[in-house]
Design a protein around this ligand. Sequence first.
Ligand code: E4P
Length: 230
Amino acid sequence: MKIFLDTANIASIKTFADMGVLDGVTTNPTLVAKENQDFHELVSAILKIVPGPVNLEVVSQDTEGMLREGRDLALLGPNVVVKCPMTEPGLVAVRKLGKEGLKTNVTLVFSPNQALLAAKAGATYVSPFIGRLDDAGHEGMEVVEDTLQIYRNYEIETQVLVASIRHPVHVVQAAKLGAHVATMPPDVLDKMVRHPLTDTGLKRFLDDWAKAGLKLPERRTLVAKARPYG
Ligand code: E4P
């Protein structure tokens, strides 16, 4: 499963890109607004760090506006994915942008039927919002499960990008279901890195090492003793 970071925060993106765990980035108008920065500068910085898909959302509500914005956003980099909302004008825009060879993501998807229609319109990705469904008293992950089954039944190539992830268990569930991508906020990815037993285990190793007064050999000693192979 691919891991995308759901943020427009440069520092967070750099942190996880440096670890080599990041396959892409998703943004939305709320996340971009949070950074309080010039949009072009912000996105250019993100595109410099991330070679994988960078999802940028249109803000127009009519098809013409979405097409104009989508084409402009795509000019920012070959890895830009244009996010359009799951609305009638959004689906028309997705169909047209796809025909022009642009990658698209249908966002704000809350049912398998919406996901089916997004795929028929030719979306590259479809984004079911799991956490928001959970918040509303539904089992969000069921939409992922149903969508994946429908896509498999008909060999649909649209990728399921699990969005609105709230905790690491969502990530495990998405991966077990075989979702193509999970996008998550930095705090969730951070929690995936950490485990209390890793911390206590590491502390014990280092304490024992220090107590024994051991030292790793110096490099020049190792080089002097090294024998060529063969
Ligand atoms: C996905 O592309 C969205 O940006 C995101 O996952 C929304 O998540 P939220 O429900 O936590 O705002």
